[in-house]
Design a protein around this ligand. Structure first.
Ligand code: C2E
Ligand code: CA
Ligand code: CA
Ligand code: CA
Length: 279
């Protein structure tokens, strides 16, 4: 009964029904979560391999639901996309992240780049240009402190349109990175058409090095490709010194992962920024 297609009528089994039910429950609570102040941001350090120093952080959204507890974004972001809640959530994340960056700067910490994830749905129309400008202006944050992360999937929805938006965003002065590189529909053509500053190697490859020969080849190929196009590379999901060693030997510029720091609160991040050296 697992076969798809044909004239077969698909009947939900108990497990699927429970999943659907969970999703509907979650959807009900997710509507209005922004207005009720239930979202928060965690920040994970991004570390320079050469300097062994924190050079930035990625903002990662969490949902603290009174009914469901703490919900991670891979559970609610796809649902938010389906329910049309992304414009609100995406804008909330941008504004909060920029205001937090301003607070860190006001505390006198040195330079950093704050990375914010952007959904493909935020790349429809021209709205994102205005949203980013407003978030920066509202926080009095110079654009060079902000990087936007886009997945290949987000880019491939409407490549020509997204490419033109990306050029506009670069004109504003923000930098761009291609997230989860390697798992989607990446092609060499992509590199030439999209003005990105950094590539982020997906955790699925990083977590398999150095032992998995195939993953090691893919990591080296991505590093070569990025450098050929003048981009730097962030490896995500680094959990061990062996993984760090492999990436260092192969010229990876930045790493992110539990080995160097899990996502923490804004105050936790401030403490780390005050003492950025890991040596
Ligand atoms: P991502 O952009 O690939 O973010 C990295 C994810 O890997 C984060 O999960 C992070 O906590 C996790 N991670 C980092 N280092 C390690 C490690 O060493 N080991 C393991 N096992 N995991 C590690 P998180 O916070 O649950 O976020 C999941 C995804 O949700 C993100 O994947 C991103 O695609 C999406 N997301 C998060 N925040 C936002 C947001 O504000 N907007 C949008 N559109 N998507 C977001
Ligand atoms: Ca990301
Ligand atoms: Ca990623
Ligand atoms: Ca990932």
């Amino acid at each position: 009964a697992k076969e798809r297609g044909g004239n077969r009528v698909h009947v939900f089994n108990t497990q699927q029904r429970t999943l659907l039910r969970d999703r509907m429950d979650m959807g009900v609570h997710l509507r209005g979560a922004v207005a009720r102040g239930e979202l928060e941001l965690a920040y994970q350090p991004v570390v320079s391999v050469a300097k062994r120093e924190i050079t930035g952080m990625e903002a990662l959204v969490r949902w603290r639901s009174p009914q469901l507890g703490l919900v991670t974004p891979d559970r609610f972001i796809p649902l938010a996309e389906d329910l049309g809640l992304i414009p609100d959530i995406g804008q909330w994340v941008l504004v909060q992240a920029c205001q937090q960056a301003r607070r860190w700067l006001d505390c006198g910490v040195g330079d950093f780049v704050l990375s914010v994830n952007v959904s493909g749905l935020q790349m429809r129309g021209q709205q994102v240009i205005e949203d980013v400008s407003r978030a920066l202006d509202g926080a009095r944050l110079p654009a060079r402190y902000l990087e936007l992360e886009l997945t290949e999937k987000a880019i491939m929805g409407d490549p020509d349109h997204v490419a033109s938006l990306m050029r506009e965003l670069r004109k504003i002065g923000v930098s761009l990175s291609m997230d989860d590189f390697g798992i989607g529909h990446s092609s060499l053509g992509l590199m030439q058409r999209f003005p990105v500053n950094r590539l982020k190697i997906d955790r699925s490859f990083v977590s398999a090095v150095p032992n998995d020969v195939g993953a090691a080849r893919i990591c080296r190929a991505i590093l070569g490709l990025a450098h050929e196009f003048g981009c730097t590379v962030v490896a995500e999901g680094v959990e061990t010194p062996l993984q760090l060693g492999f990436l260092e030997r192969n010229g990876c510029e930045y790493i992110q992962g539990h080995y160097l720091g899990e996502p923490v609160s804004a105050d936790g991040m401030l403490a780390r920024l005050r003492n950025p050296s890991l040596r």
